[in-house]
Structures are given as structure tokens and as C-alpha cells.
Design a protein around this ligand. Structure first.
Ligand code: NI
Ligand code: MN
Length: 228
């Protein structure tokens, strides 16, 4: 069994694992980097890392159209419930749950989480997924660097997906320090080049990663995928 990871641009991610389709932070409408529209997305599960509009994105519309289950922290899951989404699953930081697609744990993230209407989105999170065949993937989503990434790395990561855009999240220097703590087999950078404010040279960053660590850096274009 392989798991297919798709980068749709920005922090919008797709996963196909064991016959299940997941979309993480489903920001398609208004996302200058997105290569498909929200109407084209197929999803069994929608994961939302925090309340910002570039992460909640088209989550409500996709959930209504596809009947996907929304997984997020308790506050955001409850907010989706108030928007008429019946299938939600609230978790919280440090808590894991065995979903049909794998074991999903919510991890720490250093960021904000206000929802688009100003509601309290609780604490932002990242996701640590253990697939049904035992592969581990960490999706940091929006975060600054934090030392407990070392603890996440101790799980033994096949893949880490981390932001490098700077300004709102880690920039390239801190993202390189993150790779050293996470020590994944493969790292894929996200949350860059969506807007001028977060323009980065991902190829230059990848060269630094491969020079200074044992991790392989894979640079995707929006719409491209990587299987692990
Ligand atoms: Ni954000
Ligand atoms: Mn963001």
C-alpha cells in the first residue's frame, strides 16, 4: 500500500491512503496557487488545522457536497457543526484517534486560530498521521519553529510537510532547523509563493537541506504528488 500526497498549492494538501481521500486545509477559491476548483475535490475526510480563512477555505462547501467528515480541534469542529455540517470529529492537541484511514494525532503549532467570522478557533494544530500500513507523516501546517518538533521526530517520520514562507510561519532558516529536529526521510515545503509576501526559493532551500541533513527534500509544483 502506498499513500499519495498531493500539494494543491499554499497549505492545501490531499492524501489518498488505503482507499480513503483526505483533504487538509481546503483553500481552493481565492487561492492563486490552486490548480483545481473546490467543486472538483473528492473527499471522505476534511482536516482543518486552524481557523484562518486560508485554511478553513472551502471546507463548508466541500463537506456539504461530499458528505465528508470534518476533523479539527473541538472548537473548529463545533463551529462546522453550527454551519450545518453534521459529520464532524473534534480532537485536541496531543490526542490521537484511530480513524478508518489511520491513526491521527493533533500536534502543537505556534500560530493563531480565529475563525473567519471572528469566533474562537481554539488552538492551532498540526497533524501526525500513522497510515494503516504503519507509515508516519507529519503535516506541520502554519507554525513557527518549536523545540518539541524533536519529540515528533522521535516517532520516526517517513514524510514531513512544513512551511517555509516566512512572515506568517517559519521561514527557510527555521524550517532547516525544523528538519534537523524532525529528521524525516523526506521533507516537502509548503506555504510559500502563494503571494509576494511569502516568496521563497524552494530549490535553494532544498540544496541546504540535503547538504546539512540526511533528509531528502522534494519540491513539488502545485498539483503534483509524491507517493510514500
Ligand atoms: Ni494561518
Ligand atoms: Mn496560512
Amino acid at each position: 500500500m502506498t499513500t499519495k500526497f498531493i500539494w494543491y498549492g499554499h497549505a492545501t494538501l490531499g492524501l489518498e491512503t488505503g482507499g480513503f481521500k483526505l483533504v487538509i486545509d481546503p483553500f481552493f477559491s481565492g487561492n492563486p496557487a490552486a490548480t483545481i476548483s473546490a467543486q472538483q475535490v473528492k473527499a471522505d475526510y476534511i482536516l482543518v488545522s486552524h481557523g484562518h480563512s486560508d485554511h478553513v477555505g472551502d471546507g463548508i462547501a466541500i463537506a456539504k457536497r461530499t458528505d465528508a467528515t470534518v476533523i479539527a480541534n473541538y472548537e473548529i469542529a463545533s463551529w462546522f457543526g453550527k454551519q450545518g455540517i453534521e459529520k464532524t470529529h473534534g480532537q485536541h492537541l496531543g490526542g490521537g484517534f484511530k480513524h478508518p484511514f489511520g491513526y491521527l494525532k493533533l500536534t502543537l503549532a505556534l500560530h493563531g486560530s480565529a475563525l473567519p467570522d471572528g469566533s474562537d478557533g481554539g488552538n492551532p494544530c498540526g497533524f501526525l498521521l500513522t497510515t494503516n500500513d504503519g507509515k508516519k507523516a507529519y503535516f506541520a501546517q502554519d507554525t513557527g519553529l518549536f523545540g518539541d518538533m524533536k519529540l515528533i521526530g522521535e516517532e520516526g517520520l517517513d514524510l514531513a510537510v512544513i512551511p517555509i514562507g516566512d512572515n506568517y510561519t517559519m521561514g527557510p532558516d527555521d524550517a532547516l532547523r525544523a528538519v534537523k529536529m524532525l529528521a524525516p526521510k523526506v521533507v516537502i515545503p509548503i506555504h510559500y509563493n502563494t503571494w509576494d509576501l511569502i516568496t521563497q526559493d524552494a530549490d535553494a532551500w532544498a540544496k541546504r537541506v540535503e547538504k546539512e541533513t540526511k533528509t531528502k527534500a522534494v519540491i513539488l509544483k502545485p498539483g503534483e504528488s509524491f507517493s510514500f
